[in-house]
Design a binder for this molecule. Sequence first.
Ligand SMILES: Cc1ncc(COP(=O)(O)O)c(C=O)c1O
Length: 370
Amino acid sequence: MVLRPALTPLVAALPTTVPFVGPEAQERDRGGRRFRARIGANESSFGPAPSVIAAMRAAAPDMWMYCDPDNFELKAAVAAHHKVSRNNVVIGEGIDGLLNLVVRMLITPGQAVVTSLGAYPTFNFHVDGFGGKLVAVPYENDHENLDGLLAAVKRENAPLVYLSNPDNPMGTWWEAHEIQRFIEALPETTMLILDEAYGELGPDSALVPIDVSRPNVIWMRTFSKAYGLAGIRCGYAIGEELFISEIEKVRNHYGNNRMGLVAGEAALADQAWLAEVKAKVAAGRERIAGIARDNGLSPIPSATNFVTIDCGSDGAFALGIMKELLARDVFIRKPMVPVLNRCIRVSVGLPYELDIFAEELPKAIAAARG
Ligand SMILES: Cc1ncc(COP(=O)(O)O)c(C=O)c1O
């Protein structure tokens, strides 16, 4: 027997799963055949603003330098954008990286963490990684169930609850006053992660005003979605100064790449591009909804850059449609947990990608029925 360094019992007990199989891995499995439409990962096919690309081009020769470990410039830009102090802002390696830190800071093995059943799996991945006990509350009418989450928090005495508004994977949202009511009803000893990854893309009325005097809410935003910079891995969190300074104690100070910081700052400076993208995304949602209806399926109203489509039957049927679309080189994803699994999820792509979706969907449905 070969002796090996021992893993911690926590890591040794983790299953060898990953939350996502990327389109690249799927293409490799298909012998390298590329997808014709990449409309599955809720990226922004519209890309970053030309001004952001220009800023990144100009910064390229500087990439031999480490980033400023204080992320000073981007922090200042985020603070100005949201009208808070720099001390209320922390920059991270996307929301995914920030989720990891907050779970690490609040959860010891065995403690309850509340989320929704079928919600963003990367959060669950981090909770599992720190030994938390996931308590998952079923969706209600395709919305995260605010009263159910609150009841679970209280029942389990949970130090942490996760809520995404607008939501992934259903695309639905709550208005700000509902979120506010939820926040006010939370125990002071429970931290809310309010994941607003799609916050720029929905109605402004869904965005609860950021209140940095609240010690138990942390708002998270990203440059990956509306700003079209998923590959740059940059996001930020806003919260009470003390909690933010605690994050500073554990974060990876050189974790943000220098290019991401440049890109984020340039992206915030180009709000005209954001408005353009927002309009294109809204039009794309309409188009996807129309394609779904033309095929007898029911689109669920969305405040994000994707539309989740109720295929009107069970999980097996929706899975069949997804597989048939993948086989026709259309990369989409779907929710996997019952009853959300009766749906497929389609990201707003470029018009030509939605043309391909429109052409292939009826064939995929027929094949899935067949
Ligand atoms: C709800 C939600 N949160 C966070 C993320 C990831 O954000 P980031 O790219 O900033 O890590 C996603 C991406 O799909 C998401 O859907």
